[in-house]
Design a protein around this ligand. Structure first.
Ligand SMILES: Cc1cc2nc3c(=O)[nH]c(=O)nc-3n(C[C@H](O)[C@H](O)[C@H](O)COP(=O)(O)O)c2cc1C
Length: 197
């Protein structure tokens, strides 16, 4: 089996990653994301790299946005805590955003699928390079405060906070963790027909 297939089959997200990775490796990983299938070549994705040192900067920006928008203290606290928790899990976070093209040329769902495909490619690339990753969303991805703090427009979605780093020792994929093929993959002849036949 090729290394690529083996990498995909044994891929495992790592929730806590400690070691940092070189910027050149992150650029390579993002380059892999940019090969995602993309209907009509919209190129709707953007990737914002943040390091642990950027966490406080983001927290400050969120505070300023909240002040300007007169948003409640609790939402600032929630986002601050979520940011601190996020950066405690990994040294680098790539914020994966999708600038949704609403011209109607490509349905939004296809743009979201493309953004997801790009993130999956980045996860696989990171692992193939000996690094680790974890795809997160949670309240941060859907926080208008964080979006504003990042200067994102209204038509922009945060599709993932891709945590990246290097582990001293990666935990292996536990046996039988992956779904069984026969539960998800069917032959047309084994599918029930509707009444129309
Ligand atoms: C769009 C998306 C968002 C996710 N958000 C979170 C999240 O916020 N927190 C979390 O613990 N796992 C999240 N996950 C799941 C993990 O990234 C991971 O896939 C899961 O823990 C299973 O591990 P595996 O990738 O090794 O199979 C998300 C997955 C996807 C596809």
């Amino acid at each position: 089996m090729s290394d690529l297939i083996e990498n995909i089959l044994t891929r495992k997200s790592q929730p806590i990653i400690d070691g940092d990775i070189a910027l050149s490796d992150i650029e390579r990983i993002v380059q892999c994301g940019l090969t995602a299938p993309d209907h009509r070549a919209l190129r709707p994705w953007r990737y914002i790299l943040c390091s642990r040192e950027d966490c406080e900067k983001l927290v400050r920006r969120v505070g300023l946005v909240a002040l300007a928008q007169e948003a409640g203290d609790t939402s600032v606290e929630e986002i601050t805590e979520a940011l601190q928790r996020l950066f405690a899990t990994a040294p680098r976070v790539v914020i994966c955003v999708l600038d949704v093209d609403r011209s109607g040329r490509v349905p939004e769902i296809e743009q979201v699928l493309s953004a997801g495909a790009a993130i999956q490619s980045m996860l696989i690339a990171a692992e193939a390079m000996g690094h680790s990753g974890y795809w997160r969303t949670g309240k941060l991805a859907y926080s208008p405060l964080l979006s504003a703090a990042l200067g994102l427009e209204e038509n922009t979605l945060i599709c993932g906070l891709l945590c990246l780093g290097r582990l001293q020792k990666r935990s292996p994929l536990p046996a039988a963790q992956r779904p069984e093929l026969h539960r998800h993959f069917f032959n047309l002849n084994s599918m029930p027909c509707g009444d129309f036949i």
